[in-house]
Design a binder for this molecule. Structure first.
Ligand code: NAD
Length: 253
């Protein structure tokens, strides 16, 4: 299906690898002009090279989205490369694991900057121009944790739920302007994040056994959902969370 976003501009953060990279790859394949961001220039350059192999327009901008300054500089540089941003995919690494009783104030503050405030600031930086032009797509990458808290992932459970509430609030505010705001919520997906959280084979095998689909998701499967939310066809979908988890969240709603 043609998503009708050829020629649109996109900014994808956390895109040097994993889910962000797969989303950028899908956007490039649809003919969008894409700015990818992550903290490390070398990793980004290598990602941009792979993404551009088919002749697509890809620009790599090193930025840390967990700071206000980092976001402002990133969006300004992205505009220099591609002009006004039509599509924003707000993504980054996840906060560290820890049970509720073990998380100190500094960790709460860092997780808020990384997960919640990055989404808030990125949206704010691109929103006015999207509204002026009467077209925009904002997609936050969250987690199945917004439907079903994951043991030991206190910071992720809480901050991603906050992002979800923010997205719903913003979606309502801008619903009459051609701008949609949605979330894609991955289940367990085969990326570096899984390696980071489940380092031994036994723990990973137990995790796979607990997934109804009996396998990890592939980054491109999460990307497919995000791409739909970026599409012209999804113009009437806003404020939603699309969970892509191989059946892991088993509730009716
Ligand atoms: P990943 O660790 O493989 O990739 C994260 C990307 O974000 C990398 O490009 C990294 O360089 C970049 N990044 C990290 N911190 C950043 C910062 N401060 N500023 C800019 N870029 C930054 O992660 P992933 O598996 O692709 O997951 C993407 C998101 O989805 C994460 O937030 C993760 O927690 C969440 N998620 C992942 C899974 C999973 O199973 N993989 C499940 C649920 C939710």
């Amino acid at each position: 299906m043609d998503l009708q976003i050829a020629g649109k501009t996109a900014l994808v953060t956390g895109a040097s690898r994993g889910i962000g990279f797969a989303i950028a790859e899908g956007l490039v394949a649809e003919g969008a002009r894409v700015v990818i961001a992550a903290r490390t220039q070398a990793a980004l350059d290598s990602a941009a090279e792979r993404l551009g192999e088919g002749g697509g327009e890809v620009f790599a901008v090193a930025a840390d989205v967990s700071s206000a300054k980092g976001v402002l500089k990133l969006v300004a540089t992205a505009r220099e490369h591609v002009g006004v941003i039509d599509i924003l995919v707000a993504n980054a690494g996840g906060p560290p694991a820890g049970a509720s009783s073990a998380v100190d104030d500094a960790s709460w503050a860092r997780a808020s900057e990384l997960t919640l405030m990055s989404a808030v600031r990125l949206s704010r930086a691109v929103l006015a121009e999207m509204r002026e032009r009467g077209w925009g797509r904002i997609v936050n990458v969250t987690s199945l944790a917004v439907k079903q808290p994951v043991a030991e992932l206190t910071l992720s459970n809480v901050m991603r739920s906050a992002v979800t509430a923010f997205a719903r609030t913003l979606a309502n505010e801008v619903a009459d302007s051609g701008v949609t705001v949605n979330n894609v919520a991955p289940g367990y997906t085969a990326t570096g994040r899984i390696e980071q959280l489940f380092s031994d084979d036994y723990a990973r095998a137990r995790l796979v056994a607990s997934i109804p689909a009996k396998r990890f998701g592939e980054p491109r499967e999460i990307a497919a959902a995000a791409l739909y939310l970026c599409s012209q066809q999804a113009a009437y979908v806003t404020g939603q969370t699309l969970v892509v988890d191989g059946g892991m969240v088993a509730s009716t709603y």
